[in-house]
Design a protein around this ligand. Sequence first.
Ligand SMILES: C[S@@+](CC[C@H](N)C(=O)[O-])C[C@H]1O[C@@H](n2cnc3c(N)ncnc32)[C@H](O)[C@@H]1O
Length: 259
Amino acid sequence: MSAAPQRGLPGTRPEGVRDETEAAAHVREMFGRIAPRYDLLNHLLSLDIDKLWRRRVARRFSALLHDPNARVLDLCCGTGDLAFAFRREAPQGAEITGSDFVAEMLVRARAKAAAARADVKFVEADALNLPFADGSFDLVSCAFGIRNLANYERGLREILRVLKPGGAAGILEFAEPPGKMFGAVYRFYFRRILPILGAMISGNASAYTYLPNSVSAFPSPEELKLQFERAGFVEVQFERWTGGIVTLHTGAKSRSKSA
Ligand SMILES: C[S@@+](CC[C@H](N)C(=O)[O-])C[C@H]1O[C@@H](n2cnc3c(N)ncnc32)[C@H](O)[C@@H]1O
């Protein structure tokens, strides 16, 4: 029987790993293995709702995306779907870059960009040690990625570092729905049904056990808001979507040097 996930950890700790280095290696290897079936499973297991969530994030940042001088970074981009949602929102707008530390994900992202003639650049990079100068981006986004970082605080500080003063962050992540009835039904699906379907289709049972475990262990939206503020973000807010299955966290980098 697997140990209960423990909230309040500094970052993700898949079962059996001892420290941050092992956690990052485990996550990298896991996503490398599920990359070939990642899109199919995402859409199937969420009944395509994941597409609506990404479109909604893009609409939220529509004004910025329409600015051809703006620079946008989508962290932990996987096969690129949030970056593509940004591009569709503003075909001639901002310069959009996706980054991820799993090459197998980026191969697929680049193939999708070529097939759709989508102007999005993809870069292999660790979100905890980004190869970008301070103050490079107007918007940094991350969909379903931050929960997988081996150190959440370092991830948030790295986002803040690469943002321009006044720049915005938009972080979409799973959460545990607060409603009693809906929460119970959802937990049954998420903890009992999804791991079975995920294992059958991906051929990787541990990745789809890791998913609900990592959501349970991840800070609640209220806790994550505090972590954003502690990292130095201003105007921090969150909103729950789809009954609280996912949360969009937003924050900004202060324009003043003293903040
Ligand atoms: C659940 S997927 C999300 C992918 C995509 N954003 C989406 O919306 O489908 C998480 C992604 O985060 C990436 N990831 C996890 N830790 C990372 C890190 N430290 N640096 C860069 N990418 C990381 C994984 O490789 C994986 O592609």
